[in-house]
Design a protein. Sequence first.
Length: 140
Amino acid sequence: MPTGKQIPAAAIRRVWLDERLTTAQAAAEVGLTRANLWRRAMALDLPPRKNGRRFEIMDTERFTRMWNAGVHGPAMAEQFGVTYSAVRATARRLGLPPRPLGSRPKVTLYDFLQMELAERMGAAAAGARRQLREKQREAA
């Protein structure tokens, strides 16, 4: 009989298959070491995890907005948790226009995030104003 922490197989399966988590993060989430998580995943016949750093950017819509805004490539790589080569490969795969060698960023990552936040806040405010006007019309 194995001794140790009693962790449901569903929890092991959930963190093991979550590609957004590193193995260390997945193990910490269920309170295990990386090696122990690996042993339990193999015992459950789960597929092996990919090693190394992720090279695929999943949020292509946001990536495209950042690329078109002119955010610095290395800053984008850090934001998405990938290498700069992955940023360039993703831009090429998505058919985005190449950037000239030695070009300077048009906008910083911080400024881009601020612009996105301002747009979302503006949209939320417009929706709230619309709802308020509708309530005022109903009350009148």
